[in-house]
Write a protein of this length. Structure first.
Lengths: 307, 375, 259
């Protein structure tokens, strides 16, 4: 039983991270119907920039909280600028092109960012400096660290903030209008280009935070970390219903839990034939199954195909 | 085959024959010229270039003709390669001949294509792309991990000491004695690959100008109109997937035999992207363009090795490892191509003519509609 | 007056609902062999939905279509084409980057058999079929009067020729019933007159026609019988003269008398 609870807790932490990244995919898809393939790379850049800053600050007498705040203050704008630039350079010129053209440029951008990061930060893992005193708490036989609790709490807070932004502000209303119908929104005086830029910038800010959290959770970062993370987050977005913000949160949590439980039990399920290093295939299986059997996701609406 | 030549040559048969003869002599002499002038390693690169031409032509059926973005193409390549590697090596102690394994690999790759395609081909284009990507990764993860508890694939170490291709008693490795002349293995593989490449080009051209080929393009252009013309889009798309996968399976078998060693490292997403890049840059749907794309993208990155010494000469040190630039260039090429030249470097003559500056009105219209190729 | 012999196409109580919205409600009609049958009604009356249900793009919520007495329910769109119903689209849907000839050749798909193997091997049967396909496609282009444009890309044809090409492509499937969705939309008077002559010739050559049309003069001058849809219901059916004076029809068209 405590294994189950432990995997559930791990899944919750992992799921919060996926959810945060999934929001970036789902917001962009909601508005542009584009899979922003490069979003995972923005997460990676967030982690890398933050770790670089922390590495510089590690020798100074600043308190750890201040160091983390400074790192975030550098990483978040860096990611926002990256996201903004990606949209302007690689997606905007193709806005009227058929669906697959921007998808191909998105893949190109993703590869470019990954390789630039490899040149800048090298092929080796960059580690998170030991700033935080990790405390282990015991809950009914399972353990959870203060870092993990902070991740879940902060992710929840940020997601609540995002929901408020989308539901209660002028910008949020403009975003929803653009997602519903871009032409009509434009006619109603919404500056669609600004809304799209804002969507990329907000998603990238979330990605920066997620990147820092991932680095803190695993204690390291790597130039290629964004690829798998991005795919899983995309899967989470599809699972929840792409374009749907609460859906991305739900999908992220569910996928995290499925993965943790799956990795914990796959050995038992297959009689020891498959081990926990197959953890990564769960996301892909979920992705394929959801797309084949319920492409609209859990919270999405079924879109009637038009002739 | 004459479609490989510009139209004004095609109209005069003497030109066509002369050009063909010249091309034939050049292709036949090329390994010796390159060997003498640039070294053995470049002959090897030439053989790989031919292999990529086959793979790119296979992917072109799926992406270029039928308009289905397949990001997991390398999975079919892997199937072909591992079938050969596992059944013709000391790994299981099985040593089946090449001529059995190549069709078997192609058949299994084709089956994999059908298995993947059957449930997923009704998905919208971008979802299909992601699902195929996921499939490619699943295959790679299995190749990497199926070494325990039963050692099927030998995991990340891969399979070594793969049997060379044999014609009767003659093995292509390490050298072939031909009429008293010793032909090095790289040269022999070059000629074998050349034969397969010509066959692939022939098949691709025949398919393009067939009832099925037209149905593929019709689906790419407008799926609903294609259905309204009585095309069973599900089956016809599946056929595209199966044909592309078969080409990939053949390529995989040739790769395993040539390399003598396979490991999951060779079948990453980046490999799929590279082949996609060849198709997109060359000219989606246009066979000569795709061939050009594959040749350029195999040979040009090799020139990067000269970037190291160049940096030393200019900067006094190697600031950027040249091999790190390879994928960076591919990624940038995809972005630049889609934005500035979506029809590719060598589009079909029909499109090229429309794009000439004499026709400024049509240029814009064309640029918009050329994206249709990727719909 | 319903035709005496068994109808070619029969719609029996066809309904189509999208969620709560009833796009078609219990529509029944019968089209006789060799007829030109018009389907008119205000925008949003359900005409195109009727076409989409007929051609299998949508599944009717209730009711069924019968072609020559055989039910079409549950058939995929491509199978319905094989049974002998072809259509054109309101907003022209040609294969833009294929030539006019290739467009028509695609229309032969349902009536030809060659597969991948035949194509690769270039078997005699495949080559004969391919020759036949080209010949028929050329003949159809000549039939609709655009043969000189055979090798132009479809997207480069003038608008009127695109409409004609779409008809040629549909005819290539050898339909018993040709369903035309607003074939005269966007045409001037001369082009419409030429279209009318073409449609009469097609009927004369044995194809039954069903058309949706907004050009009332064309419908009145061309159709043997007309059905009027309003809010998804069939509110009238009869000869053009009968329908023109039907009070319900006049009300549906906002009280304005039909010309």
């Amino acid at each position: 039983m405590d294994i189950f609870l432990q995997q559930l807790l791990n899944g919750l932490v992992l799921g919060s991270l996926y959810a945060l990244v999934a929001l970036g995919y789902t917001m962009v898809y909601g508005i542009l119907e584009l899979i922003n393939f490069a979003h995972g790379e923005v997460v990676m850049i967030g982690a890398m920039v933050a770790l670089t800053v922390l590495g510089v600050l590690a020798g100074t007498p600043l308190p750890p909280a201040a160091m983390l705040a400074i790192a975030a203050a550098v990483a978040i704008p860096a990611c926002m600028a990256t996201g903004f630039t990606i949209e302007r350079v690689a997606y905007r010129p193709l806005r009227r092109a058929p669906r697959l053209a921007p998808l191909i440029t998105a893949i190109g951008v993703s590869i470019v960012l990954q390789n630039v990061a490899m040149i800048v930060w090298g092929r080796q893992y960059v580690s998170f400096p030991p700033l935080i005193d990790v405390h282990i708490h015991e809950v009914a036989g399972a353990t959870i660290t203060n870092v993990q609790i902070a991740i879940v709490a902060l992710a929840a807070l940020i997601m609540a903030g995002l929901l408020l932004l989308v539901r209660r502000t002028r910008l949020g209303r403009a975003m929803r209008a653009t997602a519903q119908n871009r032409e009509v929104a434009e006619l109603m005086g919404v500056d669609v280009n600004r809304v799209i830029s804002a969507t990329f910038v907000i998603g990238s800010a979330l990605a920066a935070v997620a990147g820092m959290m991932v680095a803190a959770y695993y204690g390291l970062a790597h130039y290629a970390m964004g690829f798998m993370l991005g795919l899983k987050a995309f899967t989470a977005a599809v699972l929840g219903g792409i374009g749907n913000i609460p859906g991305a949160m739900l999908g992220g949590l569910l996928l995290g839990i499925i993965e943790s439980l799956g990795a914990g039990y796959i050995g038992d399920l297959t009689g020891g034939f498959l081990g926990s290093h197959y953890q990564d295939i769960f996301a892909f299986l979920v992705l394929i199954l959801v797309l084949v059997f319920r492409p609209s996701g859990l919270l999405g609406e079924r879109i009637a195909d038009r002739a | 085959m004459s479609a490989l030549l510009p139209r004004r040559w095609r109209s005069d048969p003497r030109f066509a024959w002369a050009a063909f003869a010249a091309l034939g002599v050049l292709l036949a002499a090329l390994p010796f010229i390159v060997d003498a002038g640039m070294g053995r390693s470049w002959v090897r690169i030439l053989a790989f270039a031919l292999l990529y031409v086959m793979l790119a032509l296979g992917l072109n059926i799926v992406v270029g003709f039928a308009g289905l973005l397949d990001l997991g193409y390398v999975a079919f390549y892997a199937v072909g390669a591992y079938v050969y590697a596992l059944l013709a090596s000391p790994h299981f102690g099985i040593h089946l001949p090449f001529w059995v394994l190549l069709p078997l690999g192609a058949l299994l790759a084709c089956t994999a294509g059908v298995v993947l395609g059957a449930p997923t081909l009704r998905l919208r284009g971008d979802y299909l792309a992601i699902v195929t990507l996921g499939f490619g990764e699943i295959v790679r993860i299995f190749l990497n991990n199926l070494n325990a508890p039963i050692n099927l694939t030998n995991g990340p170490q891969g399979v070594n000491l793969i049997d060379p291709i044999r014609f009767g008693d003659t093995a292509l490795h390490p050298a072939v004695d031909l009429f008293g002349v010793s032909l090095p293995a790289t040269h022999a593989h070059y000629y074998l690959f050349l034969a397969f490449t010509l066959l692939t080009v022939f098949v691709a051209l025949r398919l393009q100008r067939s009832r099925i080929g037209r149905a593929w393009v019709a689906i790419r252009e407008d799926e609903i109109a294609a259905v309204a013309m009585g095309i069973d889009t599900r089956n016809v798309k599946l056929l595209a997937f199966a044909m592309g996968a078969t080409f990939g399976g053949v390529g995989g078998g040739l790769f395993a035999a040539f390399q003598g060693f396979v490991s999951p490292e060779s079948f990453t997403l980046m490999e799929s992207i590279m082949i996609l890049c060849m198709v997109v840059l060359g000219g989606m749907g246009h066979i000569p363009g795709v061939i050009l794309g594959a040749l350029l993208l195999t040979v040009l990155p090799e020139l990067l090795r000269y970037v190291g010494p160049l940096q030393e000469a200019v900067l006094g040190r190697v600031a950027v490892d040249p091999s790190d630039l390879r994928m960076l260039l591919f990624g940038s090429a995809l972005v630049v191509a889609m934005i500035f030249r979506p029809e590719g470097l060598w589009p079909s003559p029909q499109r090229a003519r429309e794009l000439s500056p004499d026709n400024p009105d049509e240029t814009r219209q064309e640029q918009e509609s050329l994206f249709d190729a990727t719909r | 007056m319903p035709p005496a012999e068994a109808p070619l196409l029969e719609a029996r109580g066809v309904s189509k609902r999208f969620g709560g919205l009833a796009a078609l409600a219990d529509v029944s009609l019968a089209i006789g062999r060799g007829e030109i049958y018009g389907l008119i009604g205000p925008n949003g009356a359900g005409k195109t939905t009727f076409f989409n249900c007929l051609t299998g793009l949508y599944q009717a919520t209730e009711g069924a279509f019968l072609l020559g007495g055989a039910r079409l329910a549950g058939l995929k769109p491509h199978a319905i084409v094989a049974r002998g119903i072809a259509r054109t689209f309101q907003n022209i849907r040609l294969f833009a980057n294929m030539t006019a000839l290739e467009n028509v050749m695609v229309g032969r798909h349902a009536r030809t058999r060659s597969g991948v193997l035949g194509a690769i091997l270039g078997t005699a049967a495949t080559r004969a079929e391919e020759r036949d396909t080209v010949e028929r496609a050329r003949a159809l282009l000549a039939y609709v009067g655009i043969e000189p444009r055979a090798h132009d890309l479809a997207k480069h044809l003038p608008y009127g020729d695109q409409r004609r090409l779409e008809i040629a492509r549909a005819l290539a499937t050898e339909p018993q019933l040709l369903a035309l969705d607003e074939p005269a939309a966007g045409m001037n008077a001369t082009e419409t007159a030429a279209l009318k002559a073409l449609l009469e010739r097609i009927r004369h050559d044995g194809v039954t026609l069903l058309l949706i049309e907004h050009d009332v003069a064309l419908v009145m001058g061309l159709c043997d019988r007309v059905a009027v849809l309003d809010y998804g219901r069939r509110i009238a059916e009869g000869t053009p003269a009968q329908v023109r004076t039907d009070p319900q029809v006049i009300t549906a068209y906002l009280g304005g008398a039909l010309p």
